[in-house]
Design a protein around this ligand. Sequence first.
Ligand code: ATP
Ligand code: MG
Length: 340
Amino acid sequence: MRLMTHETDASARPARSRSNAGGVATVVAEDAASVQSATSVGEEATAVKSAMTLREDAAGVRSATKDPKDSKDSKVSKGSKGSKDSKGSMDSIDSMESIDYRTPVIRVADLVKDYSRGDNVVHALRSVSLSVGKGEFVAVMGPSGSGKSTFMNLIGCLDRPTSGSYELDGVEVTHLGPSQLADLRNQKIGFIFQGFNLLPRMDALDNVMLPMVYAGVPSQIRQRRAQVALEAVGLGERMHHRSNELSGGQQQRVAIARALVNAPSLILADEPTGNLDSRTSVEIMAILQRLNQAGATIVLVTHEPDIATYCSRTVVFKDGVVLSDHANQRVHSAAEALAA
Ligand SMILES: Nc1ncnc2c1ncn2[C@@H]1O[C@H](COP(=O)(O)OP(=O)(O)OP(=O)(O)O)[C@@H](O)[C@H]1O
Ligand SMILES: [Mg+2]
């Protein structure tokens, strides 16, 4: 068990690439002022929400207005956003040296999660304590049933622990109510799931705009940000394809774009390559590595040791506890693997 992360040998990280991934953060920051001044945001969000029978409260204008300090560390060149050549545009923006081990994004201590099943209690997490520093890229591994998804659901504020503490960006979240948790998810967390979780009859653009509906972002801004996010993942030409017309890899890229649009400080990916062939998996890892190099903290669950080699740290769960936690000595570059 470890409370703080260790130093990772800089040479062990993949070669720094230049990425458009930070473009979304810049657009979000630029949009903040106009979102603040928009008057019909709440009404619009309510109308769209009820039309879609969305159950959760929109986080409101506040969550759409990212604190400028949250995006200051994305050294993004303005001229690069909106490039037509979406794959090429990924190489047009400065990345950053972003790992900051002194600023944990996640700090959990003695986290316990029990599920009741009839008369039985399943001890899904027994006592998990760990921290994830800003800018880390963590692989979570372990056998089926070891508690990986339970852990992700807790750190994603999708569920509450039975006991223990969880600080997200320095804020203790275990005592927050449902609407505060929904706000926090909107503001700080982007989710990517194995099954993509896209709405099949909506096109890529609408799927990517959805989290901004929750966040009460005006439609014009939603569209602009979604376009930038789709371009950042190489789908600039596929925006108006319905998600059920896209390949698995393309659907996962839409899901990544959707995870980016509110410029989250934390990206959580539960087996994002689980349904993909090996080359497409590496493509997805290349996008995630670029996002990480642009400043995102990422926690990714995988069963595949090869996939974990693209992350900078591996945490292994077993029977609801952390079995091991180590920096990866050699972090592979997915971009280089694709080029080889
Ligand atoms: N909603 C639930 N109700 C009851 N038990 C649950 C619930 N969710 C998970 N569990 C149990 O908690 C334990 C941990 O499950 P979890 O989904 O976290 O495992 P996992 O490591 O993600 O597994 P996999 O690799 O198969 O996805 C398992 O024993 C599982 O059956
Ligand atoms: Mg799981």
